[in-house]
Design a protein around this ligand. Structure first.
Ligand code: DGL
Length: 254
């Protein structure tokens, strides 16, 4: 059994890290489309086209048994398309994130943070409504500057703190839980928690583990670890070593 995990860039490694911890013996092949990141400000058609190209590389060249879409923007627009194109199990992060948020909230007031495209899609609003049987009270905020801050490794100190406050000071009064609806944002979670110590923070990564187990997608073989990128960038290299250590990385053309 092997899982093909992909993202627009480095952020999906936050999901990869969690899966690598939980499934030491499952083959995990990662693709980050670093040459074309970010997807979060692209149109739905472009997001679907890029996602199909990434998935095709994992299915055709690596023969993966299932796809894990470790990108909220792609998960917001392309899951059904990928399922019908490839005929494989395709897991996205939206439902997992929504379930996690409902598991930690005390008053059902959830603040969804994501890219412009994810927020615009309304995918989290729909998923939270389904998961909570209509009980969730959802506010959303696009935080586009979080991605470049994480890509540049500016994740502590005054500058990211100011950006966080600019986006969230108003929203925070209305929610008890922040749902990190973008793969880069968990890297900022320690800073978010220090600025807003009262708030619960939810992301998709740990719930994805449950979904993979429930889908019987992690039966054991050789535990291969491979990471491919469409462009080797300094940001990817440094965040990769921070998140998953020295797993080998190779540049490919998709
Ligand atoms: N991976 C994207 C997401 O989770 C964030 C980066 C991007 O905009 O491509 O939405």
């Amino acid at each position: 059994m092997s899982l093909g995990i992909f993202d627009s860039g480095v952020g999906g490694l936050t999901v990869y890290r969690e899966l690598a911890k939980q499934f030491p013996d499952t083959d995990l092949i990662y693709l980050g489309d670093t040459a074309r990141v970010p997807y979060g400000n692209k149109s739905p058609d472009t997001i679907i086209r890029y996602a199909t190209e990434c998935a095709s590389m994992l299915v055709k060249r690596h023969n993966v048994d299932a796809l894990v879409v470790a990108c909220n923007t792609i998960s917001s627009y392309a899951i059904e398309n990928l399922r019908s194109t490839f005929g494989l199990p395709v897991l996205g992060v939206i439902e997992a994130g929504a379930e996690m948020a409902m598991a930690v909230t005390k008053n059902n007031k959830i603040g969804v943070l994501g890219t412009i495209a994810t927020v615009r899609s309304g995918a989290y609003i729909k998923a939270l409504e389904e998961v909570s049987d209509g009980k969730a009270i959802v506010s959303q905020r696009a935080c586009p500057l979080f991605v470049p801050l994480v890509e540049e490794g500016v994740i502590t100190g005054e500058i990211p703190s100011l950006v966080i406050k600019m986006y969230l000071d108003e929203l925070i009064a209305d929610v008890d839980t922040l749902l990190l609806g973008c793969t880069h944002y968990p890297v900022l979670a320690p800073l978010l928690a220090s600025i807003y110590p009262e708030v619960n923070i939810a992301d998709s990564a740990s719930m994805m583990v449950e979904h993979i187990l429930a889908g019987g997608l992690a039966t054991i073989e050789s535990g291969k670890r491979e990471i491919y990128v469409t462009d080797i960038t300094p940001a990817f290299e440094s965040l990769k070593s921070m998140l998953v250590g020295d797993i080998p990385m190779q540049e490919i053309d998709i």
